[in-house]
Ligand binder design. Structure first.
Ligand SMILES: [Zn+2]
Length: 122
């Protein structure tokens, strides 16, 4: 699995990404999913999640609008459950975060997100 997906750097997680991620987390220090899945509690974001999996598509990767600060628990539990349910579940998640669906903002990137979801579930 890991081999097929390439190394982290090959998938775009390079120094430019780390810089972007750190800047994002400085501005958005809390887990945004927590407000949805564990209301009334807060947790610091430990990572920046790509709401729509990019599967290596650089345009989708750098689409900051869909970056979401997440704690490890929300990411591994709630977000991945949504990914297993497919694109419609991610659109729903986007709506709950106050974001429009990808098909509305960047219809040309939906194919990449779909492919990434299929690969993950494969
Ligand atoms: Zn969380």
């Amino acid at each position: 699995m890991e081999q097929r997906r390439g190394t982290a750097a090959e998938r775009g997680y390079d120094s430019q990404w780390r810089k972007g991620r750190d800047g994002f987390l400085a501005k958005h220090p809390l887990c945004a999913y927590h407000a949805l899945f564990d209301p009334g509690r807060i947790a610091f974001a430990a990572l920046v999640d790509h709401l729509y999996p990019h599967g290596g598509d650089r345009r989708l990767f750098w689409l900051r609008r869909y970056w979401v600060g997440a704690c490890v628990n929300c990411h591994s539990k709630h977000k991945q459950a949504a990914e297993r349910r497919g694109l419609a579940a991610l659109d729903e998640l986007a709506a709950r975060l106050g974001l429009p669906p990808l098909s509305e903002t960047h219809p040309e990137l939906v194919r990449s997100a779909r492919a990434a979801l299929t690969e993950r579930r494969g």
